[in-house]
Ligand binder design. Sequence first.
Ligand code: HEC
Length: 116
Amino acid sequence: MMFKQLALFKTLFLLILLSFLSNTAIADVENGKKVAFDRTKGNCLACHVMDDGEMAGNIAPPLIVMKARFPDRAALKAQIWDATVKNSISMMPPFGKHHILTDGEIEDLLDYLYTL
Ligand code: HEC
């Protein structure tokens, strides 16, 4: 009897833990989209076509199939952190280097970009 209850308790605990973890992952993606679309934050839509963003600019490559094009998360982060490393005259603001976005905001942004 005791063992059965213990097993049940463990299963319940795992289920609660799993739903908590997947909820935080969803929250990160949602926040990442806000960071990307907010004009006072990423404002990526000023230059990039992405997702369901309206009236996007087209002076930069569309942000599509991100997982296939940027399999290395660190490389994608580096691009957002400081685009001038790859292109010294880049128009893209160095979001990390110039403290436009926090590290946490950039991590959420990456979670979101990998859904595109
Ligand atoms: C003022 C315009 C501008 C803004 C705002 C901007 N970018 Fe860019 N981005 C560019 C340009 C231009 C490029 C092309 C490479 C270069 O010139 O640096 C680029 C390149 C990129 C690339 C590489 C794309 C590829 O296909 O190689 C990624 C990823 C990217 N930007 C993400 C973002 C994200 C995410 C945001 C918002 C947080 C953002 N950019 C905001 C102009 C911008």
